[in-house]
Write a protein that binds this ligand. Structure first.
Ligand SMILES: NC(=O)c1ccc[n+]([C@@H]2O[C@H](COP(=O)([O-])OP(=O)(O)OC[C@H]3O[C@@H](n4cnc5c(N)ncnc54)[C@H](O)[C@@H]3O)[C@@H](O)[C@H]2O)c1
Length: 334
């Protein structure tokens, strides 16, 4: 399949690109490199540019005869979105609208979207199903809901078929430890824990230790980045086989507390991981994990990796690349 991957130089995109190429798909990445790394792509062709550059996207689609698009490109920091909502609506919503219209005009009708479990806000039922109410509690989450709505209309009006994948907490790294999340700008728990284990952060902050959970810390569903990548390949195949537009949760279907993640990292790395309890954050749900039955039924997907694999691979990557992709060899191409 000939696939355009926006945001392919980012964390989840780069792992997906690797799996696409391993199975023989023809891949081209479009990334501004604002928050991604060329070195994460090896020799995969990468066009450095913006998703809202209509001429550029049109040219790529025509020249490469693109059949489907995987759309990872977006900003993803909840806190930043609260401080700068306009920036998030511009990059995540407005630019995606431009991208969709450009793709439509170029005749591309298959689209895989990186949505988020953040659309559920504080869930009213557990596990969370795709039909659970959407209650975005920050501009980042709202931007994902808006794009999902946009996609429904592009399908209804233009026959643009999509799969919107609502990821839970992506974490982990490649099995060989050669690729992972660059933690220099990371705000998620696992990379922060790794940073603390490597002494690059004085301590991990735990937002709230008095929640009604067994150890008082919040509970989340952590999904290995390789399982996420695999689901994208399956979603592409689903659309290629003529499947209708769908929205699908991607989580392992089990929750772990913040304290459990820290304890496991301590055990597997053998390093001290100092932590400090701080105030709860507004909008942080006590607990959330996925009902992933739809991903299993529709995409014939199942998670292959557990939390232990996530921590083990993340540690392998971070301890061997303490400066992320900095200083990595930049391959030519694209
Ligand atoms: N990481 C998670 O836990 C998580 C969870 C739920 C959803 N998501 C979503 O998955 C997607 C990928 O996440 P990630 O963790 O790989 O993020 P990331 O920041 O590592 O990657 C995003 C990439 O998009 C690029 N980009 C951003 N805006 C662009 C634009 N206008 N034009 C071209 N390139 C642009 C960045 O340079 C970066 O390489 C995002 O849409 C994110 O919202 C991530």
């Amino acid at each position: 399949m000939r696939v355009l991957v926006t945001g392919g130089a980012g964390y989840i995109g780069s792992h997906t690109v690797q799996q696409l190429r391993q199975r023989g798909d023809d891949v081209i990445v479009l990334d501004s490199l604002e928050r991604g790394y060329r070195a994460a792509l090896g020799d995969t062709p990468c066009v450095v540019g913006d998703i809202a550059d209509e001429d550029l996207v049109t040219q790529i689609c025509r020249r490469q005869r693109i059949e489907a698009v995987l759309h990872f490109a977006a900003y993803k920091a909840v806190g930043e979105s609260m401080a700068q909502p306009a920036r998030y609506f511009l990059n995540n919503v407005h630019k995606t609208n431009i991208l969709l219209e450009t793709l439509r005009q170029a005749g591309v009708t298959r689209f895989i979207f990186s949505s988020s479990a953040a659309v559920y806000g504080t869930p009213t039922e557990l596990p969370v199903r795709e039909t659970s109410p959407l209650q975005p509690e920050n501009p980042y989450a709202a931007s994902k809901v808006m794009v999902e709505q946009m996609l429904r209309w592009f399908d209804a009006c233009h026959g643009m078929r999509f799969v919107s994948l609502r990821y839970f907490n992506a974490a982990g790294a490649a099995l060989d430890g050669q690729m992972g999340e660059d933690f220099r700008a990371a705000t998620n728990l696992v990379p922060l824990v790794m940073k603390a284990a490597l002494g690059k952060l004085p301590h991990v902050e735990i937002y709230g230790t008095d929640y009604p959970t067994p150890d008082g810390t919040c509970i989340r569903d952590y999904i290995h980045v390789l399982d996420l990548a695999d689901a994208h390949l399956r979603a592409l195949d689903y659309l290629a086989a003529g499947g209708d537009s769908e929205t699908v949760n991607l989580g392992i279907g089990k929750g772990y507390s913040v304290q459990e993640v820290i304890d496991l990292a301590l055990h597997l790395s053998g390093k001290a991981i100092p932590s400090v309890a701080v105030a709860r954050r507004t909008g942080d749900p006590v607990a959330i994990w996925a009902d992933n039955a739809k991903a299993r039924d529709l995409l014939h997907w199942q998670p292959r990796y557990a939390l232990e694999d996530i921590i083990r691979t993340a540690w392998r990557w971070h301890s061997s690349h303490p400066n992320g992709f900095e200083g990595e060899r930049i391959s030519a191409g694209g």
